[in-house]
Design a protein around this ligand. Structure first.
Ligand SMILES: NC(=O)c1ccc[n+]([C@@H]2O[C@H](COP(=O)([O-])OP(=O)(O)OC[C@H]3O[C@@H](n4cnc5c(N)ncnc54)[C@H](O)[C@@H]3O)[C@@H](O)[C@H]2O)c1
Length: 263
């Protein structure tokens, strides 16, 4: 048999692979879980709240995605280790890790609270670093290696006003991604990032004032928000060991042109 679907399956298909998606109960993580699952992978949704995880797995099962959930707090290393151990126990292997947990808070600079700064960094950067450490150690034992996808932001490129800790943490995400990529490139571990533009969700809805929305629309050449499913194509490209075989350390901006516009 040949034809486009066989060709595409060969390039992007993830059948027989296992993906752990941290932040998978959230809006973007949920869309990535659905896309990665529909490409054939078994999905482990890893997030904090049991009801949200249950709801996500029900939605995934309803569209035919093989999935389950394991609770994790990415700010706690033992919890990340339990996530890995639980995933290996249930599935026998982990081929892909998606780091999609993230939190945000907006204030003018002089009101930035150091404790809030620490909390944001603990999730967005330190937690990501620790989950990469824990999962890379396991992926190094896979014959076929592994693939990591970290979620940055347009803030990884340039800081948006009033989100100081978030912006600095997301700049760190790309730097961390590149550094992991170079360290493990010769050991079959690839590490890439997607940097989304504006996809209104729980964590940023509260900071989208009318004025901010107008600025975002003006600054986005496509003049619209992204829809979470629009991240899936880039994710499959970066995660697939065939389609993305020569890609590591990449930061792919999926942002309606936000980072290319300058006016
Ligand atoms: N929505 C956007 O416009 C946008 C744009 C750029 C980047 N991002 C990034 O995309 C990622 C997903 O964001 P989203 O918009 O889906 O938000 P979301 O709030 O819907 O999802 C974030 C998820 O992270 C989980 N989480 C938070 N702290 C955690 C912890 N300590 N341990 C485990 N899980 C934890 C939350 O429970 C939630 O399910 C984040 O990293 C965010 O910064 C979002």
């Amino acid at each position: 048999m040949s034809g486009p679907s066989v060709f595409l399956e060969g390039l992007f298909g993830l059948r027989g692979e296992v993906a752990v998606i941290i932040g998978g109960a959230g809006e973007l993580g949920g869309a990535l879980a659905a896309g990665i699952g529909q490409a054939g992978a078994h999905v482990v949704v890893a997030d904090m709240g049991e009801p949200a995880c249950q709801a996500r797995v029900e939605k995934l099962n309803a569209i035919g995605v093989s999935s389950e959930y394991i609770l994790v707090d990415i700010t706690n290393r033992d919890s990340i280790k339990s996530l890995l151990a639980g995933s290996l126990k249930k599935t026998g292997r982990v081929d892909m890790l998606v780091n999609c947990a993230g939190i945000n808070a907006a204030t003018p600079f002089l009101e930035v609270n150091p404790d809030t700064w620490d909390k944001i960094f603990a999730v967005n950067l330190k937690g990501m670093m620790e989950s990469c450490q824990v999962f890379v150690e396991s992926m190094l034992k896979n014959e076929s290696g592994g693939s990591i996808l970290n979620i940055g932001s347009v803030n990884s490129d340039k800081p948006l006003s009033r989100v100081f800790a978030y912006a600095a943490s997301k700049a760190g995400v790309v730097n961390l991604t590149q550094n992991i990529a170079q360290e493990f490139a010769s050991q079959k571990i690839r590490c890439n990032a997607i940097c989304p533009g504006f996809f209104p969700a729980e964590q940023n809805r509260k900071i989208l004032s009318e004025e901010r929305v107008a600025n975002i629309m003006n600054g986005t050449p496509m003049h619209r928000y992204g829809s979470p499913e629009e991240l899936v194509g880039a994710a499959l490209l970066l995660l697939s060991q065939r389609a993305g075989s020569y890609m590591t350390g990449a930061a792919v901006y999926v942002d309606g042109g936000f980072t290319c516009s300058w006016f």
